[in-house]
Design a protein around this ligand. Structure first.
Ligand code: PLP
Length: 394
C-alpha cells in the first residue's frame, strides 16, 4: 500500500505541492516527473549512487552515542553525523544523486540557485566531479556576505551570476534561475532542498532518505531495535529533516520533531519560523506554507543561520505540520548559539549554526531515562566560525 506521505500523481502531499511553473517549462518538468522514480529505483543508478556515497561522500556516516550529552539531558542521545560528509553537510547526498539523474536524462549543463552558498558549493563540487558546466545564481547581497563560498564555487569551476533585482537575496536568485531555465530548457535545474515544483520535493527526499536508511541498521546494531523513540532535525527548506524522517514516516510510534529558526523570537518580526508565521501560498513553484504579507508578498525571513532563513517549507513538511505527524518547535539565535557552544564543549564537535537549532530543543523536552533520541547533525560549523568568534566567552 502506498504511504500517505508519498505524493500523489500530481505531486501533492495533501493540499501541498504541485508544479506551478511557466508553461514553457512544462516539457522539462514532465520529462523529469515521468522518469525520476524509474531512474532512482534502477539497479544501474543505485550502483553508481551508492558507490559515490561510499567512496566520494564518505558514507555511511557514523551514528554516534553522545555520552556526555546523554547524561546531561537524561536520555540516550545519538548523533547522525552528516557533518562528516564531504563538503561538510548532508547537501551533497542530494547533489550527487541529482547529477546522476541529470546525466541519465542526457543533460550537460547544470543551473542552481543558492542563498548562503552551501548548496552552490555542493552543486559546483559534483559538476567538477562529472565535468559538467555549472552556473550558480546568487543574490548580489549574498555574494558579498558569503565571499568564501563564492570563492569555493569559482575555484570549482562554476560561473556565479549575481541576481540584482528585488532584495538581492535567495528569492531573487530563484527568479533569475527560473528565467534562465526558460531561455535554456536544455539545462538541468538542480534544486537544493525538498522545495520547488514537483517532482523536486519528492526526488530530493528520496535522495536524502539514505540518512534514515542507515539509521535503521545502525540503531538495530546498537540498540537491538530499528526505531528510535524520537528524531530531531532542523528545517530550512526541509531536506535534512526529510532524509532523517523518511523511513519512519509510517511508523507513527516514532516521534518526529522539526525545528525552525525563531531568529530574535517567533513574533519579533525577525524570524524564520515558517509553520507558525506562514499561510498557504505559492513559492518556488509549489503550494506550501510560507511567510507573506497581507498582499501575498513574500516576507524576508531572518535567522542567524543562513541555511534556515528560507521563507517557506517544503510541501511534505507543510503536510507533516498540518497532519501533526511531525511536531514543530523553534529555537532562537541565542538558544542555537548556546547549544552550539555546549556541544563543542562536552562532545568536541562544532556543529553548523543550522544544526545547533535542532540541538537547542534538547533543553526544552522532558525525556524518559530510557528514551532513544536521534539528532540529525546536519553539518559542521567551520563555515560559521566568524559568528562563533563574535560570541566566544573567555
Ligand atoms: C542548508 C542546511 C540546512 C537547511 O536545509 P534543509 O534543506 O532544511 O536541510 C541545515 N543544516 C545545514 C548544515 C545546512 O547546510
Amino acid at each position: 500500500m502506498k504511504s500517505k506521505f508519498q505524493p500523489d500523481e500530481n505531486g501533492y502531499f495533501g493540499q501541498y505541492g504541485g508544479a506551478f511553473i511557466p508553461e514553457l517549462l512544462y516539457p522539462n518538468v514532465k520529462e523529469l516527473a515521468d522518469n525520476y522514480v524509474q531512474i532512482i529505483e534502477s539497479d544501474e543508478f543505485q550502483k553508481e549512487y551508492k558507490s559515490l556515497l561510499k567512496e566520494y561522500v564518505g558514507r555511511p556516516t557514523p551514528l554516534y552515542l553522545a555520552k556526555r550529552l546523554s547524561e546531561k539531558y537524561g536520555a540516550h542521545i545519538y548523533l547522525k553525523r552528516e557533518d562528516l560528509c564531504h563538503t561538510g553537510a548532508h547537501k551533497v547526498n542530494n547533489t550527487v544523486g541529482q547529477i546522476l539523474i541529470a546525466q541519465k536524462l542526457g543533460k550537460t549543463k547544470i543551473i542552481a540557485e543558492t542563498g548562503a552558498g552551501q548548496h552552490g558549493v555542493a552543486t559546483a563540487t559534483v559538476c567538477a566531479l562529472m565535468g559538467l558546466e555549472c552556473t550558480i545564481f546568487m543574490g548580489e547581497k549574498d555574494i558579498v556576505r558569503q565571499a568564501p563560498n563564492v570563492a569555493r564555487m569559482k575555484m570549482l569551476g562554476a560561473k556565479v551570476v549575481p541576481a540584482t533585482s528585488g532584495s538581492k537575496t535567495l528569492k531573487d536568485a530563484t527568479n533569475e534561475a527560473i528565467r534562465y531555465w526558460i531561455q535554456h530548457p536544455e539545462t538541468f535545474y538542480l534544486i537544493g532542498s525538498v522545495v520547488g515544483p514537483a517532482p523536486h520535493p519528492d526526488m530530493v527526499a528520496r535522495l536524502q532518505a539514505i540518512i534514515s536508511e542507515e539509521m535503521k541498521w545502525q540503531l538495530k546494531e546498537k540498540t537491538g531495535k530499528e526505531n528510535p523513540d524520537t528524531i530531531i532535525a532542523c528545517v530550512g527548506g526541509g531536506s535534512n529533516a526529510a532524509g532523517a524522517f523518511y523511513h519512519y514516516l509510517d511508523d507513527e510510534d516514532v516521534e518526529l520533531i522539526a525545528v525552525e529558526a525563531a531568529g530574535l523570537g517567533v513574533h519579533s518580526g525577525e524570524s524564520a519560523a515558517t509553520s507558525q508565521l506562514g499561510q498557504v501560498g505559492i513559492i518556488h513553484g509549489s503550494k506550501t506554507i510560507l511567510m507573506q504579507d497581507e498582499y501575498g508578498q513574500i516576507k524576508e525571513p531572518y535567522s542567524i543561520s543562513a541555511g534556515l532563513d528560507y521563507p517557506g517549507v517544503g510541501p511534505l513538511h507543510a503536510f507533516l505540520y498540518e497532519t501533526k505527524r511531525a511536531k514543530f518547535m523553534s529555537a532562537t539565535d541565542d538558544e542555537a548559539l548556546e547549544a552550539a557552544f555546549e556541544l563543542t564543549k562536552i562532545e568536541g564537535i562544532i556543529p553548523a549554526l543550522e544544526t545547533a537549532h535542532a540541538l537547542a530543543v534538547l533543553s526544552k523536552i522532558k525525556f524518559r531515562k530510557d528514551q532513544v533520541v536521534v539528532v540529525n547533525l546536519s553539518g559542521r560549523g567551520d563555515k560559521d566560525l566568524e559568528i562563533y568568534i563574535k560570541h566566544l566567552k573567555e
